[in-house]
Ligand binder design. Structure first.
Ligand code: NAG
Ligand code: NAG
Ligand code: NAG
Ligand code: NAG
Length: 610
């Protein structure tokens, strides 16, 4: 993960750039920092490029990368497929070479379309004087933009800074729906900025209208946008979603949501047939994990401790998404290396009144019981995700007793939460701003930092994960109907409604989650990787009809993400295969620390710095 930044000034007025942003970028790329300024022909514009590299593979390649023709590349990405990169090669150099040989826009688009993996980039094409920028199809890397009309300056950056007094020109996420090009000569002649749109599209689809709508919402004020005149598009790296609905609309009995025991759920899951689909999903997902955990620098490469250090960590709640990732990582991470399981918990308040507990309905699942301190000693960090995490750890130890699984208990108090939110997290979540963004941003930041305790010979030992790669399970719920809103939609509008919901979710995952999570995790000089959003995995899941992926007539804990549950069972997992979805803000109990009356979509006042 790298921090990239570009400041394009169209006037001679020198625009200052914010030193806090510089510091934030440096935390993303601690291995090398360099700046480079380009002055346009006739001094009519100026581009400042700043790049901060986190070294992941090959030889360290400082950026900005400038080729012999004077083209400049800022690359924040990983190539996992599509273009050949040998393990000793650096992918920045590979992309730079590929782009150097491009003469026309369609050739540039062909290179970008071919890449499998996450990326955000800025490319200065010397010949013709163009500035290209954009993000991969899913938007797995952050890129923000802002236009300051007063000094005619456009800024692009991986991460920004929250300011307490916002002016009219605010940061926005660059929409992942498209790649963009600015004709610098034309812009200086016109004295205004026009951004050409090159949208992502499925072969043969007319996306132009819907895509520009999305983009227009997020264009910085003062900039114009226009569709590229040749009507060029980037070919989508995944196949379109299968829209089939079952032929015979059998009146399916929707099971009552009454609580079934884990054993009932396991039995129900066991009665489902193992299918070819399960084996095929294991193949593609396993390969996606392999590409993301191999040829990594381990924590301390040249030290005698190297074998003790994990190079891979997993955001770990013990839920099915993270359990499947852990089971597959176990296949590909060298046997002598530990795997770090990062488990975050926010401190529960000691229950004050005993009768609060008595009021709660008795038949609720385990989570409500823990609040009420049934056990004689109240343990304030035994939040739901900690409990499922510990159970998950046991399952993984059974699966591979030889592996060292570092279950990292990350306990966060309210004081520390408030301190780090003000110091760091509010800048990283920005420009997102809801209560939900705050909760998830904070939970992910503390988890990814990896500082906590591990148990060693029944003693707690302070521990900090040194793994630079963090796998996250994001994308599983969106594709396999894991959210409760999927059930609601299915109940009201059947398979058709469910399919529409799924199509919409994958389309907005970049602006909802991915940019934010990339900024938050990157802040630790670590890199987030998303196996469920691998191009091959998404293509495979997209090709399946919806009823192979989920059966929402079955109860919670089985019906949603049914295909993944069957996969988990096939991989040898047991109880975790039937855990119902629990959102991170509730599982980690961060939501409990704050005002419980606020809505997830409300603007979060805690993110506003004083
Ligand atoms: C990156 O790789 C290219 C070849 O792929 C090589 O020429 C270049 O020297 C490498 N960069 C560094 C800093 O070693
Ligand atoms: C609907 O019911 C019929 C008869 O029971 C069965 O053959 C068919 O496979 C069912 N269709 C679906 C989509 O479940
Ligand atoms: C962290 O929380 C766990 C509960 O899951 C508890 O057992 C442990 O003692 C806590 N560690 C510290 C250092 O507070
Ligand atoms: C969608 O799924 C159905 C049922 O399995 C299959 O027949 C069809 O070929 C699939 N369509 C696409 C476009 O993959």
């Amino acid at each position: 993960m790298c921090g990239i930044f570009c400041l394009l000034s169209l006037s001679s007025a020198h625009s200052e750039w914010d030193k806090t942003v510089y510091e934030h970028l440096k935390r993303r790329g601690p291995c090398s920092s360099q700046d480079l300024t380009v002055i346009g022909t006739n001094h009519c514009y100026q581009c400042l490029f700043s790049a901060h590299v986190l070294h992941m593979r090959g030889l360290l390649t400082p950026q900005p990368a400038q080729d012999s023709a004077g083209n400049i590349l800022l690359w924040n990405g990983e190539i996992f497929g599509g273009l050949p990169v040998r393990s000793e090669e650096n992918d920045t150099a590979v992309i730079s070479q590929q782009l150097s040989s491009c003469n026309s826009p369609s050739e540039i688009l062909a290179v970008l379309s071919a890449i499998q993996g996450p990326w955000g980039f800025v490319y200065y094409q010397k010949e013709g004087e163009y500035l290209w920028f954009g993000r991969d199809f899913f938007g797995r890397r952050s890129l923000l933009w802002k236009f300051d009309a007063e000094v005619s300056a456009l800024t692009l950056t991986s991460v920004a800074a929250h300011v307490s007094e916002p002016d009219q020109c605010n940061w926005q996420e660059v929409p992942a729906a498209s790649v963009y090009r600015i004709d610098l000569k034309a812009a200086t002649e016109a004295g205004s900025l026009s951004v050409e749109i090159y949208p992502w599209a499925h072969a043969g689809n007319d996306v132009i209208s819907c895509c520009s709508e999305k983009i227009l919402e997020s264009v910085p004020c003062g900039c114009n946008t226009l569709m590229n005149q040749a009507g060029l598009v980037l070919t989508s790296p995944v196949c379109p979603l299968n829209m089939s609905i079952p032929e015979s609309l059998n009146r399916t009995e929707i099971h009552s949501t009454s609580h079934l025991s884990v054993e009932d759920l396991e039995e129900l899951l066991g009665s489902k047939e193992q299918t070819d689909e399960v084996n095929r999903l294991i193949d593609v997902l396993s390969e996606a994990v392999r590409r993301r955990v191999q040829s990594l620098p381990s924590g301390l490469q040249d030290s005698p401790l190297a074998n003790d250090q994990a190079s891979v960590a997993i955001l770990f709640s013990g839920g099915i998404d993270s359990m499947v990732l852990a089971a597959l990582a176990d296949r590909h991470v060298p046997a002598h290396q530990p795997i770090d399981l990062l488990n975050v918990a926010f401190k529960l308040q000691e229950p004050k009144k005993q009768n609060e507990c008595a009021k709660k309905p008795k038949n609720k699942p385990t989570e409500s019981r823990t609040d009420c301190a049934d056990s004689p000693t109240f343990s304030p960090f035994d939040v739901p995700d900690r409990i499922t995490g510990k159970n998950g750890l046991k399952e993984l130890q059974d699966l591979n007793p030889e592996r060292r699984w570092n279950f990292v208990e990350i306990n966060v108090t309210q004081a520390e939460l408030q301190k780090m939110r003000m110091e760091r997290i509010c800048h990283l979540v920005h420009p997102l701003e809801t209560v939900l963004d705050d909760s998830i941003g904070c939970a992910v930041w503390f988890a990814a930092r990896g500082t906590g305790f591990i148990m060693e010979d029944s003693d707690q030992r302070p521990f900090t994960s040194s793994a630079k790669v963090i796998l996250t399970g994001i994308g599983a719920d969106e594709q396999l109907a894991g959210y409760s809103r999927h059930r609601v939609r299915f109940k009201t509008s059947g398979h058709e409604g469910l399919i529409q919901e799924l199509a919409m979710e994958l389309g907005r995952i970049s602006s909802r989650n991915l940019g934010r999570d990339d900024r938050v995790i990157g802040d630790h000089g670590k890199e987030a990787r998303f196996p469920y959003l691998d191009e091959e995995v998404v293509s495979y899941l997209n090709s399946l009809p919806v009823w192979e992926k989920a059966d929402l007539s079955l109860p919670r804990g089985v019906g949603e993400k049914l295909l993944l549950r069957l996969t988990a069972k096939q991989l040898g997992l047991s109880q975790s295969a039937v855990l119902p979805k629990r959102a991170m803000q509730f599982g980690s109990r961060i939501a409990k620390m704050e005002d419980s009356r606020e809505k997830a979509s409300d603007k979060c006042t805690r993110l506003l710095t004083g």
